[in-house]
Design a protein around this ligand. Structure first.
Ligand SMILES: Nc1ncnc2c1ncn2[C@@H]1O[C@H](COP(=O)(O)OP(=O)(O)OP(=O)(O)O)[C@@H](O)[C@H]1O
Ligand SMILES: [Mg+2]
Length: 1013
């Protein structure tokens, strides 16, 4: 593709709160009014609304003729956008009521405002032809806010449930019930905004909901206690706690404050507010009210008495400062008015008073002062705090402040100042927290780990996600005693958490933000080179500078430095939010650019990265490329990771379906189906799905005259293992498949198919046939040991050699068999065929035991079991268990053998839906194990079934073993028919030429005869 790899974004998805306000009935009013005067009245109305929006840092999106639309949270995200909108609404209603009273008095006019508020996602950005329409927000969220306005009664503000959820607690809301709203698919719950609520901070809200039990933080607590001890010694001290939102600064302060109070130490608390920067000295006011013990309901006189009483007790010299304090606290004394002072002089005087209070000579008791959220502090309060901090030296006061990392203190603190970088919770603390919130039900196993990984241990995020899980119905029960009823993977980012993270991202400079967004598309990790190519930041050093900022601000970190620099997201949730904030088109472009960069930058690693490239191509809308890379990745997963390969083929198939007709589409459609069918006998597949795939593949291959695929299809459907059926039908099907393969003239296909058909011959006991076909395969392949590789089995030559080894074994040529197995194993190893290696090792283990070395056989079987587990396909895993059980029986470990066999049985039937061609083999071994364990009663039916089923289906390979088992069980139960079973076994072994079986039958006969004597 030519041109830049990334289009400049002209819009973003954002979580915001939208507010509509208008004047009720303005059109009727306008009629009797002089237009000029009317304009003036409306102007007054608009400026009140606009001022109130700006006061809470919202944006006036547009004037609507008789009102406004305002947005909170865009262009700059505020984590408390809904609260801001509500505060603005309350202020508007108040101010408009005042203005209306005035108009009624002056002009006899009656009007009132109404307000609608909604929160949710919007697309924010420039709009209109070539973006000249200015910045605005669009989306369903906007329309619903307008509907709320239309619904609201005069003088009221209505909220949707989405806005209410975010504002709950911080504001008092009245639930009006559900309303049918035009344009909304479901009824919407509507709330009326009543008043400011009791909660001031998020911690207040947590307290209201019931605190989670406090976990960890022992060391941090010690630091605070040590500070307090030094302060008590009269040195004065301060501690600053720094951490990202939600890590637990406020909670730590709260726990410490409670501890102090329990010891009788006075604690005064104050806090800067996110929307309070425009309201100077709010935290100072709060602090002084706390200090003088002023309650909201106190009448002015009482307030003055409290202030004077306490101040004078501390320092009689403060008498002259009382008018200033009274004035600041909003309770001026009419008898002693404050002399005229400039604002600056007044502030200076106020700072002096506060320092005097802290350093008062009469203060004999230690005190703790907590000031929270300095990142939101106003300038005046910050200056005051700076002086106060310097004044604590030599007093018994400890000042504890907290703030987020973006705050840079404008003060230096007292000499004894310690900064505490509060870390997120570790895995154990997270576990404890999750246990407290959700409980210890076994269904919750792994939930804490999942949450820790997703939230990086941020307790606020953990609490919110658990709440979301409850609300979305994943967790059932009640607090501290939930059960997980649905898996948690697909749960999104809670809106509360999203608000916090989006605000963090928006604080980045434009370049750094763009870089973080691009990185979020690339994945959890991205190499610096790739990032540079996809970030769209051309120009000298722009990308480097943006990267430095993204690292410094804690978004990305260097996960690796060598051989290349790799950047990773520090918090998974940040990545999700950064990803979600982009428009689909922008994400698509970046995905495609990431795919191309990955291809170009890693010429040696295309196979390994194919799945990743396919992902990006698909998300980037490049369907053909995505299908090609999925197929490549699937080939690469091969038979070592069958499940992954199956997933990738499924995807390649669905991608191919979206392509335009053509040769490549047809080829991909056929191959992806055939490959899935090749995994059907390994992993199991729903019968109807399998039939459908085969039907579709046949249809396409017939249409395109693709003989090769048709032959392979027959091999994979009619000739495949894993079915309960009659042996001769199976063999006949494989013979027809061989004919088709020969007709196709495709060398590799012939080798692959001929080799694969030996399995049917083995099962029916046609060892001569096996030997003959195997030799043909080896001859056909000639020097090309990779002939037919991967078409059905990984290395057909290795497989054929293994089959000849099995023939040697049946003929009781055990040494030759061992040599051949060893050779097959080496070939499979050299030619990357872990499956044939597994089957060969299993055979080798049983052979070793038959040859007398049971211990060595056990060791090989166990090792094989482990290696095969890793492969993950059901066919091989169940076979490895059967080999292990066979050796365990020989070793007398019957209980272990029974366990292995039961596991094999469940595994096989669970995936395949039937017992398969060697079901009788497993049943015979289980009967033997049960018999050995003295449970011959249970074994009888099993042995009968094993013999019956093998006999009926013509599976002559397992039949002698089944009959031997039957003879043993009958003997153990004192039943008739022991000799008959053994005679039949000998006859079958004779017919198939299995001298080994024949010998084993005679051994059984002797043993049973000896036992009977
Ligand atoms: N150690 C802890 N044990 C249990 N819960 C905790 C712990 N620390 C914090 N929490 C809980 O996590 C939530 C967030 O904590 P807190 O409000 O203290 O974060 P914060 O760092 O002050 O965030 P902000 O910067 O937004 O004010 C609260 O509900 C709090 O109760
Ligand atoms: Mg806090």
């Amino acid at each position: 593709m030519s041109g830049p790899d990334r289009i400049e974004s002209d819009g973003e998805r954002k979580q915001v709160t939208v507010l509509f306000a208008d004047v009720k009935g303005s059109m009727d009013l306008a009629e009797g009014q002089d237009p000029e005067q009317w304009r003036e009245i409306m102007q007054g109305f608009f400026s009140i609304l606009a001022d109130d929006v700006h006061r809470f840092e919202g944006t006036v999106d547009k004037f609507t003729g008789d009102g406004i639309m305002a947005v909170f949270g865009a262009p700059i995200a505020h984590e408390d956008h809904a609260r801001r909108a509500c505060y603005a609404a309350l202020k508007m209603l108040d101010d408009i009521a005042g203005y209306a009273r005035e108009l009624r008095r002056r002009h006899g006019l009656n009007f009132s405002a109404r307000i609608g508020i909604n929160s949710g996602e919007v697309i924010a950005g420039a709009i209109g032809a070539e973006g000249d329409g200015g910045y605005t927000a669009v989306g369903h969220t906007v329309g619903l806010a307008q509907r709320m306005e239309a619904l609201a009664e005069p003088g009221k503000a209505y909220l949707t449930e989405a806005a209410a959820e975010l504002a709950q607690g911080f504001l008092e809301l009245e639930d009006l019930g559900e309303f049918e709203i035009k344009g909304a698919s479901r009824p919407v719950r509507v709330f009326e905004l009543a008043d400011v609520g009791a909660a001031r901070s998020r911690l207040d809200l947590s307290r209201e909901r019931g605190f989670s039990s406090f976990v960890g933080r022992e060391q941090e607590m010690e630091t605070l206690v040590a500070g307090l001890d030094r302060a008590r010694a009269g040195e004065g001290a301060a501690v600053g706690i720094v951490a990202e939102a939600g890590v637990g600064k406020s909670r730590l302060c709260h726990e410490f404050a409670e501890r102090c109070r329990a010891e009788g130490i006075e604690v005064f608390e104050a806090q800067a507010q996110s929307h309070g920067r425009g309201i100077p000295f709010m935290p100072v006011l709060q602090m002084l009210r706390a200090y003088f013990g002023i309650a909201d309901a106190d009448p002015e006189r009482i307030v003055r008495e409290k202030v004077a009483g306490r101040a004078l007790l501390l320092d009689p010299g403060l008498a002259d400062d009382l008018p200033l304090l009274f004035d600041f606290l909003g309770v001026p004394d009419p008898a002693r008015p404050l002399p005229q002072l400039s604002a600056e002089a007044r502030q200076r005087a106020l700072r002096g008073v506060v320092c005097k209070l802290v350093g008062a000579p009469q203060r004999r008791e230690p005190a703790v002062l907590v000031v929270e959220d300095l990142h939101w502090i106003d300038e005046g309060s910050e200056t005051l705090l700076g002086e106060l901090l310097s004044a604590v030296e030599g007093t018994q006061t400890l000042v504890v402040v907290n703030f987020r990392p973006e705050y840079e203190p404008g003060w230096s603190g007292p000499p004894d100042y310690h900064e505490l970088a509060l870390q997120p919770l570790g895995p154990q603390d997270t576990q404890d927290l999750v246990r407290d919130l959700a409980g210890g039900d076994p269904s919750l196993d792994g939930l804490a780990e999942h949450l820790h990984e997703r939230t990086s241990g941020n307790p606020f995020f953990i609490e919110e996600i658990v709440r979301e899980l409850v609300e979305a119905g994943h967790l059932n029960g009640e607090r501290g005693a939930y059960r997980l009823v649905r898996p948690v993977e697909e749960i999104g980012v809670p809106v509360t958490v999203q608000a916090v993270l989006a605000a963090r991202i928006d604080r980045l400079e434009a370049d750094a933000k763009q870089l973080v967004q691009a990185a979020s598309v690339a994945g959890k990790e991205v190499s610096e080179e790739t990032l540079t190519r996809i970030a769209g930041l051309s120009g000298d050093g722009r990308c480097e500078a943006a990267l430095r900022e993204a690292i410094a601000a804690g978004f990305l970190y260097e996960a690796e430095l060598y051989p290349e620099r790799v950047l990773a997201f520090r918090h998974p949730l940040t990545r999700e939010v950064a990803y979600g904030s982009q428009l689909a088109e922008q994400r698509r472009t970046t995905h495609a650019a990431t795919a191309r960069a990955t291809i170009e930058l890693n010429p040696e690693r295309h196979d390994e990265l194919a799945a990743l490239i396919a992902d990006h191509m698909e998300e980037g809308g490049e369907t053909l490329e995505a299908a090609r890379w999925s197929a490549r990745a699937a080939y690469w997963a091969g038979h070592s990771q069958p499940r992954e390969a199956m997933r990738l083929w499924r995807r390649a198939m669905s991608l191919a379906g979206e392509l335009e007709d053509g040769e490549e589409k047809a080829a991909l459609e056929v191959t992806s189906r055939l490959r899935q069918l090749d995994y059907a006998w390994r992993l199991g597949m729903d019968a109807s799905e399998e039939a459908e795939l085969a039907r579709e593949a046949e249809e396409i291959a017939s249409r395109t005259g693709d003989l090769r695929s048709l032959a392979l299809l027959r091999a994979l459907s009619a000739g495949r293992p894993g079915r309960e059926r009659r042996g001769e039908e199976w063999v006949a099907a494989t013979e027809e498949v061989c004919r088709l393969a020969d007709e196709s003239g495709d060398h590799h296909l012939r080798v692959a198919i001929h080799a694969a058909t030996t399995y049917a011959h083995i099962c029916v006991g046609d060892f001569d046939g096996v030997e003959r076909i195997s030799r043909e395969v080896v001859d056909l392949a000639g020097d090309d040991l990779d002939a037919g590789a991967g078409i059905i089995v990984g290395c057909p030559v290795a497989w054929a050699v293994m089959c000849t080894a099995m023939c040697s074994r049946e003929r009781d040529e055990l040494e030759a068999a061992a040599e051949r197995f060893e050779r097959a194993l080496a070939l499979a190893g050299d030619h990357g065929d872990p499956e044939t290696a597994s089957w060969t090792r299993g055979n080798l283990a049983t052979l070793t035991a038959v040859r007398g070395d049971v211990e060595a056989g056990l060791a090989t079987a166990r090792r094989n079991r482990e290696l095969t587990e890793r492969l993950g396909d059901v066919f091989s895993r169940s076979l490895s268990l059967v080999s292990l059980a066979t050796v365990q029986l020989a070793a007398g470990e019957s209980a272990a053998a029974l366990d292995a066999l039961e596991e094999a049985e469940q595994l096989y039937r669970g995936a395949m839906g039937n017992g398969g061609e060697v079901g009788s083999w497993r049943a015979a071994l289980r009967a033997e194990a049960l018999c050995d364990l003295g449970r011959a009663g249970e074994a009888l039916d099993l042995a009968e079934w094993a013999a019956g089923s093998a006999r009926e289906n013509g599976m002559l390979w397992p039949l002698p073993r089944a009959l031997r088992a039957l003879a043993e069980v009958r003997a153990a139960r004192g039943r008739d028919g022991v000799a008959e079973a053994l005679d039949e076994a000998a006859a079958v072994a004779g017919r198939t030429g299995s001298l080994l079986s024949l010998r084993e039958v005679e051994m059984t006969r002797e043993r049973l005869a000896a036992g009977a004597r």
